[in-house]
Design a protein around this ligand. Structure first.
Ligand SMILES: Cc1ncc(COP(=O)(O)O)c(C=O)c1O
Length: 429
């Protein structure tokens, strides 16, 4: 399919002018014009079910009516749009709501650092702060981890395709095996412990461990609570900070607000972005335990730390979805339904493996080619869905958490049919 600009037969401006770095638009080559909750509509009026949800930036769906109304009201009264890191009413309201609905109920004393508005910038801040606190440079990151593509975050990212674009040194990170990476019967945690204790292992004392409790881009690998506690214990034992990157798995994606809740995990630093604004507006934060908040003013700054439109929608998202337990209960039941449907689908695929947790699940098809074929068929039939994993072998369901039950079932029907068709008539030899 070829993308066309609004108005008809003009040459494709995206192909003509947009950089070769463009990516999702290659998988979904239509021009979208509107969206509501879990549905997107293209310029020809065709409706698609969205199982990508802005790569988990739209956990509450497209254009939530309450967030939209609050944002329009803010605009109408000439509320602050861009505030650097100055005090504004919108920022105060966000901070107070975050404190009341998220931090205090969880006993978290963390401070909130507004970083540049991308996940990668929150990760950069986390790595820099851990290094400043400890006076060390080495950071332990994990196989299949994804933390962003700026130079510092990329050094902690595993993916060869992304790393290859650096064409320069990606330094001061030691890679260790993620939970389960070595296969059953191998205790990866014991290996890490041994290497850290051995003064001749060649591993420099770490400033931090950085980990995703569920690896979003790395193939939906979900770490066990026991393994995460083990990493936290090693961090404490070796004088390193424990950083949880909750940029993709946070904001309810696994059920609870943070993906590490109920695991006896108390990270020193937590990175958040993606669905934090609730509306798809750019916003990122680093949560910092108070004793580690040793920045000098503006030491890590950024012009766009004060996206007040994002503060408005983020506040409404917290008030609407996180003031009580109801939303978490709903997401958990949706996650159970998703797990059941994927298990049924996986039964029809030889060697398929179920991946993920909560509303962040998928199926390892064993081949990137098969996964790509399935996603392409889904799109032909009106479902937007993408892959993840080292070889893009995992078909990944990231539906909005707010998706209507009927739409969710319909999207999974489309996925099931695409898998069935691919299993019966393989396109590739
Ligand atoms: C876990 C995790 N960390 C960091 C990032 C980088 O975020 P951004 O793309 O906003 O820079 C991502 C993006 O997918 C992510 O999934």
């Amino acid at each position: 399919m070829k993308s066309i600009v609004a108005g008809g037969s003009a040459p494709d401006v995206f192909a003509r002018r947009e950089s070769e770095a463009r990516s999702y638009c290659r998988s979904f080559p239509v021009t979208f014009t509107s969206a509501r909750n879990a549905r997107m509509t293209d310029e020809n009026g065709r409706s698609y079910i969205d199982f990508l949800a802005g790569c988990s930036s739209l956990n509450y769906g497209h254009n939530d009516p309450d967030m939209k109304a609050a944002l329009i009201a803010h605009l109408e009264r000439d509320g602050i749009a861009h505030g650097l890191d100055m005090r504004t009413d919108a920022k105060a309201a966000f901070l107070e709501t975050f404190e009341r609905t998220i931090l205090e109920p969880r006993g978290m004393e963390h401070r909130v650092q507004f970083t540049g508005p991308t996940g990668a910038n929150a990760v950069e801040a986390a790595l820099k702060l851990a290094r400043k606190v400890t006076g060390r440079s080495n950071v332990i990151a994990f196989t299949n981890g994804f933390h962003g593509v700026t130079q510092g975050a990329l050094a902690a990212t595993g993916n060869r395709h992304h790393r290859g674009a650096a064409n320069g040194p990606l330094t001061s990170v030691t890679r260790m095996p993620y939970d389960g990476y070595m296969g059953e019967g191998t205790d990866g945690l014991a290996m890490i412990e041994r290497m850290l204790e051995d003064g001749s292992s060649g591993i420099d004392a770490p400033a931090a461990f950085i980990v995703e409790p569920v690896q979003g881009e790395g193939g939906l690998n979900a770490a066990s609570a026991e393994w995460l506690r083990g990493i936290q214990r090693l961090a404490r034992a070796h004088g390193a900070l424990f950083i949880v990157d909750d940029i993709q798995a946070g904001c309810g994606r696994t059920g609870s607000f943070f993906s590490f809740e109920g695991m006896s995990i108390e990270p020193d630093l937590v990175t958040m972005a993606k669905s934090l604004s609730g509306f798809g507006l750019p916003m990122a934060v680093l949560l910092v335990r108070p004793e580690h908040d040793i920045w000098a003013p503006a030491e890590h700054n950024g012009t766009f730390r004060g996206n007040n439109h994002a503060f408005v929608t983020a506040r409404v998202a917290l008030e609407k979805f996180w003031s009580d337990q109801a939303f978490q209960v709903l997401v958990e039941s949706r996650g159970t339904y998703l797990a059941e449907r994927l298990a049924t689908i996986a039964e029809t695929i030889p060697g398929a493996v179920l991946k993920g947790r909560g509303m962040m699940r998928g199926i390892d098809m064993g081949s990137g080619e098969i996964a790509a074929d399935i996603c392409a068929t889904c799109f032909e039939n009106g479902l937007i869905i993408e892959t993840s994993g080292a070889d893009d072998e995992v078909v990944k369901v990231l539906a909005p958490l707010t998706i209507e039950a009927e739409t969710f079932a319909r999207g999974l029907d489309i996925l099931q049919a695409a898998v069935g068709a691919r299993m019966q008539a393989p396109r590739a030899a």
